[in-house]
Design a protein around this ligand. Sequence first.
Ligand SMILES: [Zn+2]
Length: 282
Amino acid sequence: MVRFGPSGNGDLFYEQGFKDSEQAPKWLQSLGLSAYEYSFTLGRFITPQKAEKMRLEAQKHNIKISVHAPYYINFCNLSEQSQENNVKYVLNSLRGVRAMGGDSCVVHVGSTMKLPREEAFTNLEKSFKDFLEVYHDQKLDGTHINPETMGKFSNIGTVDEILEICNWDKNIVPCFDFGHINCLTKGALKTKEDFVKIFEKGIDKIGFDKINNCHIHFSKIKYGEKGEIAHLTFEDDVFGPNYEPFLESIFDLKLNPTIISESKGTQPQDAKTMADYFKSLK
Ligand SMILES: [Zn+2]
């Protein structure tokens, strides 16, 4: 089943008088949505009590919960302090999503820190594989780590890099952020085939199952020389990418991803626009 939902609550949630994320699952179901991404991006995690309430609400209203791990993770940095943080932030995020009844945890894997790209990636491989040993000791199997394709050249996270990382463990599944991919390729995502090509490359490199169950961020994003500048809404008609060819590629390939809107403020409405368009495809 393809699921659609917002990252966070969006402006409409608050405009309609809602205050707390625990109210989101019921509200999202009423909009015809079925996914929700909870943000730990600023390093604030969830209390066990609140997580249990989220879990019950999500279960009751058929909402699949994912989380976004803190931004302060950098597996390219080999300092002990950095790795201590990486491990703590990713494990806490995984425990948080599991407590809410979900399984997917999106991670920005790291910044090159002005190192040559290959050196940064070699560093990342070392610390990430060290992290995986700790991960497997924690009995968190069944949770997924979703490394995200990034929108700035200064970050590790091209499609090829993310696919390579996904080969390091069965529990690493990609998060394709097509807005980001479009930034790095200066607007190359235009036709259905442009999206199909990325999924087919993924199927070739990491197998059908991980692509079938991949996590997706979708929004239009403004870009410049260095890549990503700002998230936009579906109102934008300059930067793209457009959701229609993207959803047609998912439909044609019969994939079952979770698709999260990261539009600026209009995440729930834009997720619904995508859900409605996908339903109209035959
Ligand atoms: Zn992200």
